[in-house]
Design a protein around this ligand. Structure first.
Ligand code: GLC
Length: 541
């Protein structure tokens, strides 16, 4: 858990902000966000204090899975704007000192991608082997028992050529065959196309899915499956994903990224910890820079659970592997829905004070929770295909709320998804003016973090974990910062502090007060859902 001495690399120090472009800012009054909208909001993004933003897919797409079904990797979907709009956004982002990361969706294309149109044309087409085609099983059924992540068989029969093709997600998202060197080379050129433009990196979609078992063996049943869980959980994904050969492919992809200076490669990986950390590659040199760490997205909101997973994660990191933390994304319930509104502040503190690169999800900074979606407005293809599954992803993808004006300042017309009921109060303009608001906490924290090398580089050490309180320190040379978080709905006195914090003072509090009294750390009582940071060591005050 030591702090490694290392060359400065921007993404270790900086904070990433995920934008779901459909829901950030609509400029052409069609109810859907766009690139000119994001451009218009760059001053807000810069002022918030994040350093880099990642855009969910903006490429030409029929939008069956809202852009995660790409029909052309080198063009911008007209819904979001033009290539000129993109170039303008990238330039302006860089002028604001912000970095821009794109979403690369390599596992599958849209069935309307030219490559797939060709591939399905005939069994002898030159692109046939760019996708995964198999003969029917002897009974005419699918080639094996693999299930789509969105429910149903993962195989779709193609009448014209009498074979099935494989799709890990929707039938309109056929999987590319990454064992084929031609696919690799074409897709690596896609990366170069955007890198040449100057993008700062990629978040790689479902990277652990890219290679499937060479023999396409059946997946074993999951003995722990319970009705009501998504259908994909019926089987263990032993053969359909996370195959040993994936790591060579990731290394090749990393080599492409390293043809350019200072670019970041993030991998989306939902796997148990010990398998996830393998995606760092050998000594962190050949894998993705940041395999997304989704543990906080999936764990119960209890100090002991959280402290336990931080410990396990820190211990599992390979040498040279830099940690990262994620609280919410466009596929999971938001943090304010999972932890509750009163905990949103300490959730922010946790995200921004644990060791590693934090990724914030747009809207979390104003405390968006779970927005109700009336049945006739459901958009998520997964929720439509598996209406009984417990979660509809739309709830975490609703429009950003900017002001109390019409449609929360998001759009001149009804947005594609509803706003949260309290949008007239819960919006950027209002919260910006409100002392003690979550938005102001995020801004203060992001600014505080920038000036505290110990928060970015310091080693992590657990200090205290109880039923209600979690305390840890971050230590860099003579700098020591102690983070104290109260998870309960009652006031809680600080636990006995280590000697190094005796006489230390509170240097940051989740509660915003005009002239904070110099508080002696030993005598702190934390209000419900509050957090503080105490400076100790030799530079106590
Ligand atoms: C990833 C995306 C998700 C998408 C899926 C298929 O998990 O985050 O939104 O539906 O890949 O591309």
């Amino acid at each position: 858990m030591g702090s490694l001495r290392r060359e400065p690399v921007w993404w270790r120090d900086e904070t990433i902000y995920q934008i779901y472009p459909r829901s950030y800012q609509d400029c052409d009054a069609d109810g859907v966000g766009d690139l000119p909208g994001i451009l218009a909001r760059l001053p807000y993004i810069a002022e918030l204090g994040v350093d880099c933003f990642w855009l969910s897919p903006i490429f030409a797409s029929p939008m069956d899975d809202f852009g995660y079904d790409v029909a052309d990797y080198r063009s911008i979907d007209p819904l979001f704007g033009t290539m000129d709009d993109f170039d303008a956004l990238l330039n302006a982002a860089h002028s604001h000192g912000l970095k821009l990361v794109l979403d690369f969706v390599p596992n599958h294309t849209s069935d309307r991608h030219e490559w797939f149109r060709e591939s399905r044309g005939s069994r002898t087409n030159a692109k046939r082997n760019w996708y995964i085609w198999k003969d029917p099983a002897p009974d005419g059924g699918p080639p094996n028992n693999w299930i789509s992540n969105f429910g149903g068989s993962a195989w779709e029969f193609d009448e014209r050529t009498g074979q099935y093709y494989y799709h890990a997600f929707l039938a309109s998202q056929p999987d590319l065959n990454w064992r084929n060197p031609e696919v690799r080379s074409a897709m690596f050129d896609v990366l170069r196309f955007w890198l040449d433009k100057g993008v700062d990196g990629f978040r790689v979609d479902v990277i652990w899915h890219l290679i499937k078992d060479a023999e396409f063996r059946d997946n074993p049943p999951n003995p722990e499956y319970r009705p009501g869980q998504p259908e994909i959980e019926k089987n263990l994904q032993v053969h359909s994903a996370d195959q040993p050969e994936i790591h060579d492919l990731v290394a090749q992809m990393r080599d492409v990224i390293e043809e350019y200076d200072n670019r970041l490669m993030i991998g989306e990986i939902y796997l148990p910890l010990e398998r996830m950390v393998r995606y760092y590659g050998e000594s962190g040199e050949s894998g993705v820079h940041l395999p997304f760490n989704f543990q906080l997205l999936q764990c119960q909101w209890e100090p002991k659970k959280i402290a336990g997973l931080v410990k396990e994660y820190e211990a599992a990191l390979p040498e040279g592997g830099w940690p990262n933390w994620v609280l919410s994304n466009h596929d999971q319930p938001r943090i304010a829905a999972r932890a509750g509104a009163r905990q949103a502040g300490i959730a922010a503190m946790l995200l921004l004070t644990l060791r590693g690169t934090p990724t914030l999800y747009y809207g979390d900074e104003i405390g968006l929770a779970e927005v109700d979606i009336p049945p006739d407005r459901i958009q998520d293809p997964w929720a439509r295909q598996e209406p009984d599954a417990s979660f509809n992803r739309d709830k975490a993808r609703t429009p950003m709320q900017w002001s109390s004006k019409e449609n929360a300042g998001f759009s001149g017309t009804q947005p594609w998804l509803p706003l949260s009921q309290d949008w007239r109060e819960r919006n950027v303009a209002q919260l910006d003016e409100q002392p003690g608001s979550l938005l102001r906490l995020y801004k203060r924290l992001l600014a505080f973090r920038k000036n505290e090398p110990a928060l970015r580089d310091g080693a992590y050490r657990e200090i205290h974990v109880g039923e209600t309180m979690f305390a840890y320190e971050r230590v860099l040379d003579k700098e020591r910062l102690l983070v104290l978080l109260n998870f309960s709905d009652d006031p809680v006195a600080a636990p006995p502090l280590p000697d190094s914090y005796r006489g230390g003072t509170v240097v940051f509090s989740s509660e915003e007060v005009d002239n904070p009294p110099e508080q002696d750390a030993a005598a702190i009582t934390l209000r419900p859902g509050a957090g503080v940071i105490v400076r100790g060591g030799e530079n106590r005050s």
